[in-house]
Design a protein around this ligand. Sequence first.
Ligand code: JFZ
Length: 428
Amino acid sequence: FLNLYVALGQTDYTPSKENLENRAWFQDAKFGLFIHWGVYSTLGDGEWVMNTQKIKTDRYELLPDFFNPQQFDAEAWVKLAKAAGMKYITITTKHHDGFAMYDSKVSDYNIVDDTPYGKDIFRMLEEACKKEGIKLFAYYSQLDWHHPDYYPRGKTGQDLGRPESGNWQDYITYQNAQIKELAENYDIAGFWFDGYWDQNDLKKAGKPYQDFDLEATYKIIHGVNSGLLIGNNHHLAPIAGEDFQMFEKDLPGKNTAGFSEGSQIGNLPLETCETINHSWGFNLQDGNHKSFNELIQYLVKAAGNNANFLLNVGPMPNGKIQQEHQDLLLQMGSWLQENGESIYDTRGGMFQGTDYVSTEKDQTTYLHVLNSDLNTLSIPFAKKRVKTLSWFDDGKPVKYKLKKNILTIYLDEAHRDAVDTIIKLTLK
Ligand code: JFZ
């Protein structure tokens, strides 16, 4: 079979030993900080503002001149992530607007050459991350509303003053050169790609489209460093060369966000991402922040579904992270101080229902009950016999009954928690 693949010229991807080790680290990490920050932040109307306000390219190009985040403090951001219990940071090195938030030699359209600030925030974050033991990932948008050779424009980027034709190969060369310099010049853990869906939607609609040739890009990255982890928000089953699979605003396989035809869960490490309010990039009008309970329950459900949780903030143009978001992150951090044992280094567990999920580590199962109104919880249980069942908070035994493959747990009021009632379970 192997020979046949070779004969047909098809490629496959075998991750290196280092890559597999990094995947295991990734799966253990469980919680990361997503950051959407760019020149769009100055307008306080989200990262899609160039498209939603139909700002022509020559006008949008004035925006970098207003980006001067004097209060940016890389160390403070990284320390905040760490205090929140997060193990990695994924930040937009280039979003759909095409503006590079790092010192790119490929184009002057970047933070160092084109803003009054003039400093490489990605380098500053890299150094702070190294100091604090946090890993750094580069978000990179393959969709580009600025590059003259990115076409066709699909449902986005129309009316932005760009022609509907160009030299696609020139765009790919540009994109791959930027990706290569990120891989070579920065100490990163991997890439989080986005924007593939722009061309793929055209393809699905039977319209003319261009091919990103993902496998070629992935080969460049793994050629620089085979340990780098690659994920792509393409809403499809994993493609050869990828190392983790992400589900935007969705738990793996649930497809509630309506983005895909139901992208199947592959056998790679999983990640889900979500916003605190409704915006990725800073949005002045969006004060609709999720509650502490919602955010913790999302983290717990992600872990129960065997996925990491990448939680987003959209820093302000002055370089600060919104106070409400800082407060929520710190609250999550103190919850994890107490309950992190049931989250970190775990894998998705065998119990899953409307009001509960479970995580597992070694011989222990952590049952997370996410509804504090319940007096009892009955779960299908066709497994081995129960060895111990105890409350996570005080270690005392839990009252239960096991009958006809149904485990009924008595949730006494004193132990019920508004966010997450955790029960430790070992099996014979
Ligand atoms: C993408 C970005 O567009 C968004 O700005 C943000 O960076 C998020 C994390 O990822 O979100 C998407 C992805 C796909 C579609 C829309 C938004 N889509 O298919 O319409």
